[in-house]
Design a binder for this molecule. Sequence first.
Ligand code: HEM
Ligand SMILES: *[C@@H]1O[C@H](CO)[C@@H](O)[C@H](O)[C@H]1NC(C)=O
Ligand SMILES: *[C@@H]1O[C@H](CO)[C@@H](O)[C@H](O)[C@H]1NC(C)=O
Ligand SMILES: *[C@@H]1O[C@H](CO)[C@@H](O)[C@H](O)[C@H]1NC(C)=O
Ligand SMILES: *[C@@H]1O[C@H](CO)[C@@H](O)[C@H](O)[C@H]1NC(C)=O
Ligand SMILES: *[C@@H]1O[C@H](CO)[C@@H](O)[C@H](O)[C@H]1NC(C)=O
Ligand SMILES: CC(=O)N[C@H]1CO[C@H](CO)[C@@H](O)[C@@H]1O
Length: 323
Amino acid sequence: MASPKYLAVFIALVAVFNISNAQGLKLGFYRKTCPSVEAIVKTTTARVISQAPTLAAPLLRLHFHDCFVRGCDGSVLINSTRNNQAEKDAIPNQSLRGYGVIDRVKSAVEKKCPGVVSCADILALTARDAVSLIKGPIWKVPLGRRDGRVSIITEALINLPPPFANITQLKASFASKNLTTKDLAVLSGSHTIGTSHCSSFSSRLYNFTGRNDTDPTLDPNYIIRLKSKCKPADLTTLAEMDPGSFKTFDEDYYTLVAKRRGLFQSDAALLDDPETKAYVKLQATSHGSTFFKDFSKSMEKMGKIGVLTGNAGEIRKRCAFVN
Ligand code: HEM
Ligand SMILES: *[C@@H]1O[C@H](CO)[C@@H](O)[C@H](O)[C@H]1NC(C)=O
Ligand SMILES: *[C@@H]1O[C@H](CO)[C@@H](O)[C@H](O)[C@H]1NC(C)=O
Ligand SMILES: *[C@@H]1O[C@H](CO)[C@@H](O)[C@H](O)[C@H]1NC(C)=O
Ligand SMILES: *[C@@H]1O[C@H](CO)[C@@H](O)[C@H](O)[C@H]1NC(C)=O
Ligand SMILES: *[C@@H]1O[C@H](CO)[C@@H](O)[C@H](O)[C@H]1NC(C)=O
Ligand SMILES: CC(=O)N[C@H]1CO[C@H](CO)[C@@H](O)[C@@H]1O
């Protein structure tokens, strides 16, 4: 009788199937446990964005910073404690905003379905809704992320590419998250919204190689304009990344980069690789013919990085604290 052997194979298959199932996110994950979650997130986000459209950018960036450090597990939201310095306190995070919005959305969801929806899922939904509310694309957000219990300051520095990263470093950073060179070109288009502190790019204006020089890859006319906005050693002024339309999600970013007016070295670096360069030129000349479609696809991929599912992690009650 071969049945014990078949039984073993069957059990093994079930185990494998269950594991791979547990690792997947699902559309409508909360259909039974919190059917109104997407509506609550959307209404609350819309209320915020209609009053303060500039908050859409930081909400999108929060999701990115969450996903690139320990996966999309809400770890970016955890506060430091006496014994632990969290991601929040790392240099790249010092310019993050929007935590209050996430808390507000989470409270609204908790009121309806206490202890059910993770902060990581709320972050993913809020980022999506915020972008779509400022005329950006809308994308599917499969749900079922669980919240992590760990947030470590040094991991933010290691995992988030700095604004002075070159193309090799950027491609490697994205590849380490299973994102492609195309995803890099596409997701960089996020810089069509939002603002940056002068300090994130002022070396390009004043001291590029330590000899009081400028970055030769930056349009000299644009340098004049940026210098009038950002004085040397200015740590507080904010510059619009896509001047004139920094509150609207559009394809202008690629027009700027193609004109050598990308704000960061990491933006300019997209012209240093044949694939990313071709993408920039295509979107610049075709008025973003495929940008929204591409962006939706890449955001869905980003939202799946290193997620915790099944029984892993927890559903945090308050996003700033592990339970
Ligand atoms: C490719 C590598 C990337 C680098 C080096 C980078 C770097 C930066 C820096 C330095 C800032 C300005 C922070 C400040 O000084 O205030 C910024 C802002 C921003 N980034 Fe990125 N970023 C990258 C990719 C992304 C991705 C993938 C997204 C979203 C999916 C994103 C979304 C944003 C948004 C929306 C802002 C504006 C935030 C605000 O207005 O507060 N970035 N980024
Ligand atoms: C978490 O820390 C932030 C500053 O990093 C602070 O503004 C906020 O009040 C803290 N949250 C709570 C609930 O203590
Ligand atoms: C990118 O930066 C790394 C580290 O500084 C350096 O080793 C590499 O040569 C640079 N690559 C390019 C293409 O500039
Ligand atoms: C990338 O994909 C590999 C192989 O599928 C997987 O082992 C790894 O965990 C993934 N990394 C991330 C950050 O998702
Ligand atoms: C310019 O950079 C060099 C080398 O990093 C540094 O020693 C110098 O202090 C900087 N100059 C100014 C004006 O910040
Ligand atoms: C750079 O500029 C600073 C401040 O204006 C000046 O003190 C320094 O001597 C200059 N350094 C060089 C190498 O020109
Ligand atoms: C929003 C936030 O938590 N910002 C923190 C970033 O890190 C600095 C110092 O490391 C803190 O002072 C900020 O509160």
